[in-house]
Unconditional design. Structure first.
Ligand code: 5GP
Length: 164
């Protein structure tokens, strides 16, 4: 993925916008594989409303409601910048659809999405990442930045939590 981004933006500067907190580890590894003049920013979201508890989530599958709330905005204008949004996992697509709108409003020169993982079978919004690490089935995964009730982010591998 780093090579692809390097090729696509050769001769230009880029800004990685990581989605907190899950994408932090992925961003730090990805950025080190991109041979471009790059800077970082971060954006934070949390779902609210009737999000299920972690244990329900595990049983019934993640089901964000679309009520996404911004907890941290980017620190600078993205106007005329080449922006690569870095996300841990693209699931229903609700979070990324919301965040893409926010960044789009800055009028960037280019806006791309890099997702470590993609669960296409769960999509509710028609949104695709431009760069995808791995397509995975509908399983609940943790590790390498991904959490279960804030735990397991520091596992070095991506692991499936069994639903039963
Ligand atoms: P979406 O809005 O696309 O449904 O959800 C995106 C967010 O849901 C991700 O950034 C991530 O925080 C969370 N998410 C979705 N699937 C999983 C999963 O399998 N494991 C974990 N830990 N989080 C997930």
């Amino acid at each position: 993925m780093g090579d692809e981004i390097t090729r696509d933006f050769r001769g230009e500067t880029i800004i990685f916008v990581g989605v907190l907190k899950g994408a932090a580890i992925f961003l730090s590894d990805l950025a080190r594989r991109v041979e471009l003049d790059a800077t970082f920013d971060f954006i934070g979201v949390s779902s609210y409303g009737n999000r299920p508890s972690p244990s329900q989530e595990l049983l019934s599958g993640w089901d964000s409601t679309g009520e996404v709330r911004l907890t941290k905005d980017v620190d600078q204008s993205m106007r005329d910048r080449n922006v690569i949004m870095v996300e841990d996992i693209l699931d229903t697509g609700l979070t990324m659809t919301y965040l893409r709108k926010i960044i789009q409003a800055h009028q960037p020169r280019a806006l791309k999405i890099a997702a470590l993982l993609d669960k296409p079978s769960r999509r509710k919004q028609a949104i695709e990442a431009d760069y995808v690490g791995f397509k995975i089935p509908d399983e609940f995964v943790v590790g390498y930045g991904l959490d279960y009730a804030e735990r397991y982010r520091n596992l070095p591998d991506i692991c499936v939590i069994p639903r039963n």
